[in-house]
Ligand binder design. Structure first.
Ligand SMILES: NC(=O)c1ccc[n+]([C@@H]2O[C@H](COP(=O)([O-])OP(=O)(O)OC[C@H]3O[C@@H](n4cnc5c(N)ncnc54)[C@H](O)[C@@H]3O)[C@@H](O)[C@H]2O)c1
Length: 270
């Protein structure tokens, strides 16, 4: 029988922001595929509740703004499980208040910019730096979550989107430096994904605007992004490194304004 390379039996996966949204869906999927999962989050009670649901998993307290907290997260995971095979940098500085103040560059608040880069870029770098010696040992992988906004211009979220673009280049740099040591590093770029938080907070007209640009008949779920992460984390992706896998229902793959074209050609190509 041919082994299923997407299975994660015997592997230890550390997920930042693992208690909520896409991170929690990924923790559940990887646990179903046989991995032991460390769920690291600033929301520790939620991380613990999920860890109780997933046998053999571990909840870890994490604040990505604090370098010591990130280093302690990696050390705790390595100490608890005795190995580390995958680091999944999923957490980011998010939330309605952050999004409302993250506008265009002319109106940018310097403190918000710095905080965004501290959590998203510096936090990811420190986690990778701490994990790499262990990943070299296990010939493991890093999967960084970025965003389709890192690849396209928008009216809003200049700090968030440019920080995610920085993570893409960090992904390539790590892939280039550590490939010869057996470590792969890739990124997943979700489009708008209907997490519980977003379902509650995102204005309906803007959601409809994104739906009009989507090539499938619905927006992605956290489980869709989890599938992309799980693939890149697994041996099924052993020949893939330094890449960005976009999971956005085709939003970023077509000419601008396809929603309007769809209405114009209704009946022919719709
Ligand atoms: N949902 C989307 O539409 C979407 C689209 C593109 C990219 N993404 C990316 O996907 C990833 C997950 O997003 P989500 O929508 O599931 O978000 P979410 O808010 O549902 O979950 C994020 C998790 O990260 C944790 N977190 C936040 N700040 C932290 C910190 N300083 N230290 C430790 N943990 C922290 C939160 O407690 C939460 O559990 C993020 O990187 C986000 O940028 C999401």
């Amino acid at each position: 029988m041919v082994a299923d390379a997407t299975r994660m039996d015997g592997k230890v996966v550390l997920i930042t922001g693992g208690a909520g949204g896409i991170g929690a869906a990924t923790a559940r999927l990887l646990a179903r595929r046989g991995a032991q999962v460390a769920i690291a989050d600033i929301a520790f009670a939620a991380a613990r509740a999920l860890a109780e649901e997933l046998p053999g998993s571990l909840a870890v307290q994490l604040d990505l703004e604090q370098a010591e907290s990130i280093e302690a997260m990696v050390a705790r995971t390595r100490e608890h499980f005795g190995r580390l095979d995958v680091l999944h940098n999923n957490a980011a500085l998010l939330g309605p208040e952050i999004a409302a103040n993250d506008t265009d560059v002319e109106r940018m608040d310097t403190l918000l910019w710095d905080r965004t880069y501290a959590v998203n870029v510096r936090g990811t770098m420190i986690a990778c730096r701490a994990a790499l010696p262990h990943l070299r040992e296990s010939r493991g992988a890093i999967v960084n979550t970025v965003s389709n906004l890192a690849l396209q211009g928008h009216l809003i979220q200049a700090a968030y989107s440019s920080s995610k673009a920085a993570i893409i280049q960090m992904t390539r740099a790590i892939a280039a430096s550590h490939g010869v040591h057996g470590v792969r590093c890739n990124a997943v770029a979700p489009g708008m994904t209907m997490t519980p938080a977003l379902r509650e907070a995102f204005p309906a007209p803007l959601r409809e605007a994104v739906e009009a640009e989507t090539l499938r008949d619905q927006l992605g779920d956290p489980e869709d992004i989890a599938e992309a992460v799980a693939f890149l984390a697994s041996d099924a992706a052993r020949n893939i490194t330094g890449q960005v896998l976009v999971s956005d229902g085709g939003c970023s793959s077509h000419v601008p304004g396809i929603g309007l074209f769809r209405q114009f050609f209704a009946g022919d190509h719709a």
